[in-house]
Design a binder for this molecule. Structure first.
Ligand code: UD1
Length: 339
């Protein structure tokens, strides 16, 4: 069985990837410092898969900790690197923490990989690297605009690090996610926002559950069909399966050095207001909302051209937006014990 090191495997996307890796016959080993997560999702993973997952708590920026993991739990066929800070607002307040954590952990991970002869790396990037695109959908050739936040800048810089370093003997795939939403269909794992959610779907589900009084739609005067922002909302299980496809592609490819980038999204743009209304229609639960001012740093419109991942990785999304919203709601209901 091929072992895969999954950093950030106790987080939202990482935990879903661990499930898909197990389903595909891999043996994931999880590293997470639990600074933005806890053991809840790992317990969910174990319950879905009926498997115990090997877990090491620690920081990827700590090279001696990482070395220990490679020594004890290796050899690894590949690494999936999810561990990173991801809150746009927090990154504006604490830019240096974001640069230290997101860049430092990638560099120390790659150095450790080199020391142990591990070349295969799958990196969590984001559509945020494109900034405010001139034309949608964006494809992988779309040039980067100045990042809207320190968080976005860390993703751009990490991609630059990968692009420079792969020539020294790495095989890298960087996956640019659009907006991950939903939860596992079993409702055993899903998003666990810390405190007040910043992201739209957790805010919708918490409002539907009565934890938040109402949702504010940040702006309805954009140049879009109904004035609210357009995003590409991808089911987190589809996204996780994209990682397994990327891993298979790395294994099939014979080149000693490789650097490829893929957009992972649905290829369809949905407005914020459309999404809220779809949630209400699909679940039959009301979500009180009001229109508020624009949120600073928001991109008006973005969705992905995903034909490269469709063609080269042989990957396609399977879930509809309605299923994503229903699964997100099922997860919220389970968390809050709502029948
Ligand atoms: C952004 C980044 C994404 C990154 C994510 C991390 C872009 C295009 N996307 O996602 O790459 O991974 O941050 O958090 O840079 N909204 C409301 N009310 C709310 C919450 C959100 O109207 O209470 C709206 C936002 O204005 C936005 C949309 O919903 O138009 C989605 O927002 P959010 O879920 O925060 O994700 P992005 O900002 O798109």
């Amino acid at each position: 069985m091929k072992k895969v090191l999954v950093t950030g495997g106790a987080g939202y996307i990482g935990a879903h990837a661990v499930v898909e890796l197990i389903n595909a016959g891999y043996e994931p080993v999880v590293v997470d410092d639990l600074s933005k997560s806890d053991r809840t999702l790992l317990e969910g993973v174990e319950s879905i898969t009926s498997r115990k997952v090997q877990f090491f708590q620690g920081d990827c920026g700590d090279t001696s900790f990482l070395k220990g993991v490679f020594e004890w739990a290796g050899p690894f066929a590949a690494v999936m690197h999810f561990a990173a800070y991801k809150s746009v607002g927090e990154s504006v307040e604490q830019p240096l923490e974001y640069y230290r954590n997101n860049l430092g952990s990638l560099v120390s991970l790659m150095k450790t990989m080199k020391g142990f002869g591990v070349a295969n790396l799958i990196f969590s990037s984001s559509c945020t690297v494109y900034g405010q695109p001139d034309v949608v959908p964006v494809n992988e050739e779309t040039p980067f605009k100045r990042a809207e936040s320190p968080y976005g800048a860390t993703k751009q810089m990490c991609e630059r690090i990968l692009e420079d370093a792969y020539l020294t003997g790495y095989r890298v795939i960087s996956l640019r996610y659009f907006n991950p939403v939903g939860a596992h269909p079993s409702a055993q794992i899903g998003e666990l926002p810390i405190g007040r959610p910043n992201n739209l779907v957790p805010f919708i589900t918490q409002t539907a559950a009565g934890i938040r009084e109402k949702l504010t739609v940040f702006g309805n005067d954009y140049d879009t069909p109904d004035g609210s922002c357009v995003r590409d909302f991808i089911h987190v299980v589809d996204l996780a399966q994209g990682h397994v496809k990327a891993l298979e592609y790395l294994h099939k490819s014979r080149s000693e050095k490789l650097f490829e980038v893929f957009n992972l999204g649905t290829g369809e743009g949905v407005t914020v207001l459309q999404l809220i209304n779809k949630f209400i229609e699909t679940t039959g639960v009301n979500v009180p909302y009001a229109i508020g001012p624009r949120r600073s740093g928001d991109v008006e419109k973005t969705y992905g051209d995903v034909s490269k991942a469709n063609n080269i990785l042989q990957w396609k999304t399977k879930y509809s937006i309605e299923e994503s919203l229903q699964h997100a709601w099922n997860w919220e209901k389970k968390l809050r014990d709502i029948k």
